[in-house]
Design a protein around this ligand. Structure first.
Ligand SMILES: O=c1[nH]c(=O)c2[nH]c(=O)[nH]c2[nH]1
Length: 307
């Protein structure tokens, strides 16, 4: 007999924009894309066509809009926790709610050196991401918001960086399939995905307190600054070695997180031999014109945790 071994469902790509009209006449904006996935006592909706346990995914979208209207959307860790907690507290049969918030950049435009009160630009594809999972221990019960276990992961995604020197790669395994030449000087480029997992938080009140202290925003700034500074300043021996340094520094700087994860594509730039044209020198120390590669790319991953 086959059986349903895992099931969750929800709404993906819910796009939400919220403006806040500040007392000083300026406006601030937040744009995000939200995912909601629910699990719990929903098996019969799959196995017996029983829709009595199905909260429509349309309702999840409407709930997202209403929560965005009634609650702060910043920091995204708080909004994701509010939304996830709602689903496990309002519905007895929902035991786990996963909410992902992807916050898109809208940076204030400066005109003649002055920040404009209500105009913004998309200065990069980088996003600030949060995944919040709200869990209650037993199913089929209604519980209060302060009984919900919240696990939160924050991240920077799609931060595209390049350094034109200061990166080497040598000493690697050589076998009969190896053509790659060791190098002391190469281009290093990657699109940074960096995530940090917070210590588990018991109840929404804990998330609210952390938000109030500015913990989430401070961690994001620290992770971004550490990533950029280490990328720029490290005499890189490899993507692996550089990303490990970044992760260690974030763990040192942000005491409330228990793990840091990096996923870095190695975006290759190939030298081009142009000697066929009048003996032009364009390799090794003479390399100036390169061919950026869109694929394939290296893909390097690590998770670093505290002892
Ligand atoms: O930093 C690197 N790590 C690798 O594992 C690797 N493999 C490769 O071909 N180039 C690189 N660069």
């Amino acid at each position: 007999m086959p059986s349903l071994s895992s099931a969750r469902y929800g709404k993906d790509n819910v796009r939400v924009y919220k403006v806040s009209r500040n007392a000083d006449g300026t406006q601030s904006v937040t744009e995000m894309t939200v995912t909601v996935l629910l699990s719990g006592a929903i098996t019969t909706s799959y196995t017996e066509a029983d829709n009595s346990v199905v909260i429509p995914t349309d309702t999840m979208k409407q709930t997202t809009y209403i929560m965005a209207k009634q609650h702060p959307v910043n920091p995204p860790e708080l909004f994701a926790s509010i939304l996830a907690t709602h689903f496990v507290t309002d519905f007895a049969h929902i035991t786990k709610a996963y909410v992902k918030v992807v916050q898109h950049r809208w940076s204030r435009i400066s005109i003649d050196g002055k920040p404009h009160p209500h105009s913004f630009l998309r200065d990069g594809a980088e996003t600030r991401d949060v995944e919040a999972t709200a869990t209650k221990k037993s199913s089929e019960t209604k519980i209060a918001a302060d009984e919900v276990e919240l696990s939160i992961k924050s991240a920077i995604a799609g931060l595209l960086v390049l350094k034109s020197t200061g990166s080497a790669f040598h000493g690697f395994v050589q076998d009969e399939y190896t053509i790659l030449k060791p190098t002391n000087d190469r281009i290093l480029s990657t699109s940074v995905d960096a995530g940090w997992t917070w210590n588990d938080i018991h109840g929404l009140a804990g998330v609210e307190a952390a938000a109030e202290r500015g913990d989430f925003d401070k961690a994001f700034q620290a992770a971004r600054e550490i990533t950029l500074k280490t990328f720029a300043e490290d005499a890189s021996a490899s993507v692996q070695a550089t990303m490990y340094k970044m992760a260690q520094l974030i763990l040192e700087a942000v005491k409330e997180v228990k793990a840091v994860e990096y996923l870095l594509p190695n975006k290759h730039y190939f030298e081009i031999d142009l000697s066929w044209h009048k003996g032009l020198k364009n390799t090794g120390p003479d390399a100036e014109v390169y061919a950026p590669q869109s694929d394939p790319n290296g893909l390097i991953h690590c998770v670093v945790t505290r002892d």
